[in-house]
Design a protein around this ligand. Structure first.
Ligand code: ADP
Length: 407
């Protein structure tokens, strides 16, 4: 049966009925009628000649004309539209053609619509994937820009602060000799000590900011030299001796295989890293608590474990605390005490620690059941460091040859 004349005969009816239906039920504009006419031509080509290309082109045009908001929506507007056209077309054919003609037309248009629905689903899916990929990419680029300005700000602020800080430091140290006051004047000494303590803390923060920007820009240079981990822990323990006594905290170092052996690492930087971890343990453990330093030797690595009986860290923050300014809790309740219980800091200690450990080729992670200031579930930091038994270069080998020979 030649379907063209039948489909032409019913065209005006189809057009009027479908455009009326779409306008009233789906709010499609009346002027859409012209496009519907074009669409009908495509259906006609598909039904009469099995030529599906015009239909696909029509869909491509409709997809291209979709607005961002339409693409953003997860339900498919075009699929709903084509589905409505199909359902309504079947009714028009059934009601306005005799049974044989209707059957022949329906048999011919059904595969075209089936193809169309599949085509739209695929095209819309890939359009959406592209759309969301673009959005993700732009969000990533924005984040990268933000991260870069944060890093630039830290670097500029640190260097700008350094000069006035040195001035304050210098003048404060000259003050006792320059003023007509007695060095034994208790009141003056209290004031001078206050200035010194303030500038010392400020210098530590500025140095931390500089370290963070070095790490951010992959500029942290390590000075490899012989290091004994047990000695590093001993140093931190001694540094914190007074605080540990004042806060009635107990620190236990359990020597472990490898902790007394010489390895090559940047001692200063490792000391800084362990100092940060243990100072945090002090800060977040209530008076009377215990900090235990343990570890084990693994093939090619040493794992060090610092566990405290403190307030703990919620699992969702285990990654966040290693990001710069990743301090938790209410920033407005900030206390500047470096070792006071729950005394906050700028949130730069752990990012630096992570940067130092990673620069050594190691890794750091934290374990804690969660934060509970009453029950104190404790926190455990793990540091995995590669065991470097030989010097990194000839110069270092020459410098420490006697140590290396006596091993
Ligand atoms: P801060 O300068 O705030 O100490 P850090 O980078 O050293 O910054 O630590 C980031 C955050 O991680 C801290 O603000 C604290 O909330 C959390 N934290 C670090 N160590 C511990 C710990 N041992 N117990 C509980 N919380 C900790």
């Amino acid at each position: 049966m030649d379907l063209r004349p039948i489909l032409e005969k019913i065209r005006p009816m189809w057009l009027a009925s479908i455009s009326e239906y779409l306008a009233s039920e789906q709010g499609v504009r009346k002027s859409f009628r012209e496009e519907l006419d074009g669409f009908y031509n495509c259906i006609l080509d598909a039904a009469a000649d099995a030529n599906l290309s015009p239909l696909e082109r029509q869909v491509d045009d409709w997809l291209k004309s979709q607005t961002e908001t339409e693409v953003d929506r997860l339900d498919s507007t075009l699929l709903t539209l084509v589905n409505s056209i199909l359902v309504h077309s079947l009714r028009v054919f059934r009601e306005n053609l005799d049974a044989d003609e209707a059957l022949a037309v329906i048999e011919a248009v059904m595969p075209a619509f089936a193809h169309l629905i599949l085509y739209i689903s695929l095209a819309e899916t890939s359009l959406r994937i592209q759309h969301f990929t673009d959005e993700l990419e732009s969000a990533r680029a924005t984040l990268e820009r933000l991260e870069k300005s944060k890093s630039d700000f830290i670097s500029v602020a640190a260097h700008e602060l350094k000069t006035p800080l040195t001035l304050v430091d210098g003048y404060a140290s000259m003050l006792p000799e320059s003023l007509p006051i007695s060095a034994s004047d208790a009141q003056v000494n209290i004031l001078l000590d206050g200035i010194r303590a303030g500038t010392k803390r400020l210098r530590e923060i500025v140095d931390d900011m500089i370290d963070v920007s070095l790490i951010d820009n992959n500029l942290l240079a390590l000075n490899f030299q012989p290091v004994w981990l047990d000695r590093l822990f001993g140093l931190v323990q001694r540094e914190l001796g007074k605080v540990l006594k004042d806060r009635n905290l107990n620190i236990v170092f359990n020597p472990f295989p490898g902790s007394g052996e010489m390895i090559f690492a940047d001692g200063e930087r490792l000391l800084q890293a362990f100092r940060n971890i243990i100072t945090n343990a002090v800060k977040y453990t209530p008076d009377g608590g215990t900090i235990t330093v343990d570890g084990r030797l693994l093939p090619g690595f040493i794992e060090m474990v610092v566990a405290d009986t403190g307030i703990g860290i919620n699992p969702e923050d285990h990654v966040h605390i290693f990001e710069k300014f990743g301090r938790l809790g209410d920033v407005t309740l900030h206390s500047s005490g470096k070792t006071k219980f729950m005394g906050g800091g700028p949130g730069l200690g752990l990012p630096i620690t992570k940067g130092v450990i990673e620069a050594h080729g190691g890794t750091i992670w934290v374990e804690s059941a969660g934060r509970d200031e009453i029950r104190c579930p404790g926190t455990t930091f793990h540091v995995l460091l590669p065991v470097r038994k030989s010097p990194p270069d000839e110069k270092i080998a020459k410098l420490f040859h006697s140590l290396l020979e006596n091993r």
